[in-house]
Design a protein around this ligand. Structure first.
Ligand SMILES: [Zn+2]
Length: 419
């Protein structure tokens, strides 16, 4: 079902343990072809808390506490079976992309596993050579085991938070009641939150469109602000909520690569010069080419990015760009997530044909690239004799990103980059 809802159920099940830190919501490689939509996994550290604690949620009317420090307690087979029962009970096995997996560790697996799973392709065969969970169980093809292990292995460098609020069970599948104006007010009041509202497309992003138990999710840089932001929203009753630590909005999936070294299913940051002017193709996608050291690659801005395509449309041959995006295999193209205009190239556009000096009349083109000829006296002129002026480039040397609702979970919003 919804992996994060499962986390709330696991916390209910294991109420005799303390939670150390926050539950973690970890997004993995967005280019993996067989992933679930958000390619997310959740991990929770249960143990015996020590010292200070903070409220990280509310379930069944009870505050949920997260301890800043604690000791993990050795996991037992009985606990593992209890966890598996919760997973099994809530999984929708009929969906072909639902392949849940659950792992239990007493000590954290190597951080390397996380970086591989967020940037690359990881196979189960390869994974169990590097690490062996104390307990593991995969359902169906068991691919969820990879995400589960990677989420456990995550050691945050950059981090964000997401407060997820859930609906009362009887409302699942019905239309969500969230007052749009209150979302906008919340977004404006709490600057450290992000991806709440799409001002270009005028719709709320905090609520999912699927019939899942999630009412809304508020993302932000400050953990303590998120419950305040929730209080500002006018919505139907929140049944339970939980505050996750997350790698969302961190660009952890991006690896700097030269154009000649791009590999499918990876996400890259690469620099090149526009080598092919932008053109709109079927489906409303925009394609342009960039090149570097003799290697040319297509870049695509897909239709859902909306007005970001207007930015792409203004690119011209000779502009130098830094591009972030996922590499697709077929057709081989970079799915553009962000563009930085490094430099704009002067671009001249023809304003009129040359004038015949004898007849004072505009000459006619002979053919593309072949020059001009006077229709009256037959006098010829070259291509470059036409009148040109510099095109006004309505672009700046800065970052551009798609409309907010088209941003990937892992993509760092410009709002975060600039603060
Ligand atoms: Zn003439």
């Amino acid at each position: 079902m919804c992996t994060t809802y499962l986390a709330t159920e696991l916390i209910r099940e294991f109420s005799e343990y303390d939670i150390i830190g926050n539950p973690r919501l970890v997004r993995l490689n967005p280019n993996v072809p067989w992933k679930t939509r958000g390619n997310g996994a959740v991990s929770i550290l249960f143990g015996k808390g020590q010292g200070e604690k903070k409220i990280i949620g509310n379930i069944d009317g009870e505050d949920i506490w997260g301890y800043y420090y604690g000791a993990s307690t050795p996991s037992t087979e009985a606990d593992f079976e209890r966890a598996c029962a919760v997973v099994k009970d809530l999984s929708m096995f009929e969906d072909e992309k639902t392949n849940p997996g659950i792992v239990m560790y007493d000590t954290k697996p190597s951080e390397r596993i996380y970086w591989q799973a967020v940037r690359d392709i990881v196979t189960q065969e390869g994974l169990w050579i590097i690490t062996e969970p104390k307990f593991k169980r995969g359902y169906k093809n068991g691919r969820g085991l990879i995400g589960a292990t990677a989420a456990t292995a995550w050691k945050p460098r950059d981090r964000t938070y997401e407060l997820i609020a859930y609906r009362e069970k009887e409302k699942w599948g019905t239309e969500r009641k969230i007052d749009e104006a209150s979302v906008i007010a919340m977004d404006k009041k709490f600057y450290s939150t992000f991806n709440n509202y799409d001002y270009e497309e005028k719709h709320m992003i905090i609520a999912p469109s699927s019939p899942c138990p999630v009412l809304f999710g508020i993302r932000g840089d400050s953990e303590s602000i998120l419950p305040k932001a929730m209080d500002l929203l006018e919505t139907e009753k929140v049944d339970r909520w939980l505050l996750y630590l997350s790698n969302q909005g961190t660009d952890d999936h991006i690896v700097p690569k030269s154009l000649g070294a791009l590999e499918p299913y990876s996400s890259v940051m690469t620099t090149g010069m526009v080598s092919k002017n932008p053109a709109m193709i079927a489906g409303g996608h925009l394609v342009f080419g960039i090149s570097s050291r003799g290697k040319e690659v297509d870049c695509t801005i897909y239709e859902p990015a909306k007005k970001f395509r207007d930015i792409g449309m203004k690119l011209r041959v000779g502009d130098v760009l830094t591009i972030l995006g996922g590499v697709r295999e077929r057709p081989f193209t970079i799915n553009v997530e962000k563009i930085h205009v490094d430099s704009l190239s002067p671009h001249r556009i023809k304003t009129s044909n040359p004038i015949c000096q004898d007849c004072s009349k505009a000459m006619k083109s002979i053919g593309r690239g072949q020059g001009y000829k006077c229709a009256k006296c037959g006098k010829k002129a070259k291509e470059q004799d036409a009148k040109f002026e510099d095109e006004i480039r309505d672009l700046e040397e800065k970052w551009y990103e798609p409309t907010t609702s088209a941003l990937r979970h892992l993509a760092m919003p410009l709002k975060r980059m600039q603060t």
